[in-house]
Design a protein around this ligand. Sequence first.
Ligand code: FE2
Length: 274
Amino acid sequence: MRLLFLGDMVGKTGRTAVWEQLPGLISDFRLDFVIVNGENAAGGFGITREIFQSTLDAGADVVTTGNHVWDQREALTFASQEDRFLRPANFPKGTPGRGSGVYIARNGARVFVSNIMGRVFMHPELDDPFQSGEQELSTCPLGEQADAVIVDFHAEATSEKMCFGHFVDGRASAVIGTHTHQPTADHQILDGGTAYISDAGMCGDYDSSLGMDKEEPLNRFLSKVPKGRFEAASGPATLCGVGIEISDRTGLADRIAPFRRGPRLEETVPAFWS
Ligand code: FE2
């Protein structure tokens, strides 16, 4: 199975680049399943129903999120109505929406997708992501109810992401880190067969600070006096993510490689897609 995961769409430039390019990517590379993290898609803060729907219309199978999921209040309503919209599974009991789901890929495979958030340097009050991960995976085990298991681990600390990868190694097809918006070069297949990357990067303007106009973030480092709000950068977007080849036989990963397309970072397409 051929999977594309695209990192956090940031602002209008990020989301429109995804909407414009995703249909072509799906047909050119015969992608079976596409996951996009959308938690920064509305001006850098949250996601609206319209943006969510347009991302599905472009070909995404699932939209994942993270700490910014509720920045647009309407998400609190549509999260409970849209099966393909995920918020972190380790939010407190009673939180609207869902943290995981099973979806049918274009090749017929049953894909279990789970969105989990880290706690280190972020939100220590969340439920333990390791225990939540254990629980999530036990509801839909790889090779039983699922032909592939994908975790979007939305976290700040690479140590927490890496340890989560090892924790579920052999039980998930892939653990893909999101949130930091900077693509890492540590994509690998772990010993047990789980594809892993600490961060998929973002779909946004890289002439920025993490997708936001660079002036105000820089000002906040230089001065304690805010001069304005954080605004999403509006220059041309670079798409960042990973391509993963998952064995139809075992559900584990055979290959993982970065995908980058756009004007700012070095472009790359997984060699096993050609
Ligand atoms: Fe985030």
